[in-house]
Design a protein around this ligand. Structure first.
Ligand SMILES: [Zn+2]
Length: 200
């Protein structure tokens, strides 16, 4: 019998005792929350944009826009992100990069670049960025961005492990602090390129 996602999320948040906004933003450090209830497996990954993308602002060049789109596609398809052991089907994906894709400014900039280069626009956005920094002096954290990805899997078998496969493509990501919670218990583990597998 399938349980609704909401039940899984509620169990997860109330049991683990912290929500997304409790996270820290440390470059090179990601977070992974794993919760399993019955046949549903919920994964929530938080990465500093600096490691995932190489920049922490709206894409300003076509190159940045295309890396962001590529990463968004990878997250959506779960291509080299997280391997789940067992017979599991990916039934739900959410990631914060989607919102950026819909940003009207991106289309606008693309159109401009195609016609007459992007020098003026680049300068303009550079100025806008500086201005913003001046106005928000003393609020360093506003310059940082996290990327969040959430996966819902429906599993026929009991799952007892996952492997994070994104370290290769994000060399500056040195570790992911992983927390897991299942009906059998909960635990913490640090994952890295050398130790990318979490077992419970
Ligand atoms: Zn940052």
């Amino acid at each position: 019998m399938k349980k609704p996602y909401l039940a899984v999320s509620l169990l997860f948040f109330s049991s683990v005792g912290f929500a997304v906004n409790a996270q820290q933003h440390v470059h090179g450090q990601g977070e992974l929350l794993v919760s399993q209830e019955g046949s549903m497996l919920h994964l929530q990954l938080v990465l500093p944009a600096a490691d995932a993308l190489g920049f922490e602002h709206e894409p300003e060049t076509t190159e940045q826009l295309s890396s962001q789109n590529l990463l968004a596609e990878r997250f959506t398809l779960n291509t080299n992100v997280i391997d789940v052991e067992g017979k599991c089907e990916l039934v739900g994906v959410e990631h914060t990069l989607e919102a950026h894709d819909d940003h009207h400014k991106s289309d606008h900039e693309d159109a401009h670049e195609a016609h007459s280069g992007d020098h003026d626009e680049a300068h303009e956005s550079e100025h806008a960025l500086h201005k913003e920094h001046d106005e928000h002096e003393g609020h360093e954290e506003e310059k940082h961005q996290n990327i969040e990805v959430e996966y819902q899997f429906h599993c026929d078998d009991a799952v007892s492990g996952i492997t994070v496969t994104l370290f290769e493509s994000m060399p500056s990501l040195s570790a992911i602090q992983a927390q897991w919670i299942t009906e059998r218990g909960q635990g913490l583990s640090e994952l890295s390129a050398r130790q990318p597998t979490l077992r419970w």
